[in-house]
Design a protein around this ligand. Sequence first.
Ligand code: HEC
Length: 280
Amino acid sequence: MKKHRQPTSRRGIAGAVLAGTLALAGATALAQEERDITAEQFDKFRAMMEEANTAELFEAKGEALWKARRGPKNASLEQCDLGLGPGVLKGAYVQAPRYYADVGQVMDIERRIAHCMVTLQGFKPEDLAKQPFSNAKHTPDLVSLVTYVAGQSRGMKIAVPQASPQERETYKLGEAIFYHRAGPWDFSCASCHGEDGKRIRTQNLPNFTKPGTADRGFIGWPGYRMTGGLMHTLQWRMNDCFRQQRFPEPGYLSDTVTALLTYMGVNANGSTYRGPGIKR
Ligand code: HEC
């Protein structure tokens, strides 16, 4: 309180006057420049954080969880088939969502790992859905597991498959959801992410509809989010964007999210995945 009442210093007044003048001089240009600087500073900070590799802590935790015998069946996840054969982790993350013939469904990686926790370890789906996203008190096991699996695809090319009719249908569904406008603001994902160069405040909104920029929805996830200091997967990101869109949030591990991740993943194909990263 006190601090706020302290002297309206010269600097303060000068600053205010200057700001006012500049505002008159060209508010838009200045605001634009400020935002660019912020984005640049953020990129530098992210590079530093990535060097320190905060996400690796979660990879290590995920690896321990993957190998530990857990759940009612007291089994590890080492026999889990993420699409490339039981126990094959290398490349699995960059090749999902994909069609899994054993369940007759297209699944994204988080959903498939959850499926293995249920079938191999005997966990109940409703227990996994109880607290799906990280908060200050708790990082769900699935978040660390996804981060570990993702780390095994570091440096590999994104190659979300479109070989089966189910995968192609899921892409189409994802595309339809992406462009579907509704809610109080009549927004779709495309309203914010369908063109180049859109921003909200200091945040660049990536365009997910075309190669070259769509990879921003893939690269850096799972991400350690500096806002709040929490590790999150793309499942969380999807729900948070539904919230921004003023839509009801989809259920955890829903078909809707798998379809959106398929649409964005395929559009990102060909780019190199750098592994779990840092997000704003
Ligand atoms: C009201 C605008 C808005 C809408 C509508 C919206 N988003 Fe977002 N989205 C954002 C903002 C803001 C961010 C955060 C950007 C940042 O942190 O730099 C974001 C980030 C993302 C990211 C992560 C991007 C990155 O750089 O890692 C993905 C993926 C994403 N949105 C997908 C979607 C999808 C799918 C939908 C539709 C269900 C959607 N968004 C709807 C505003 C929106």
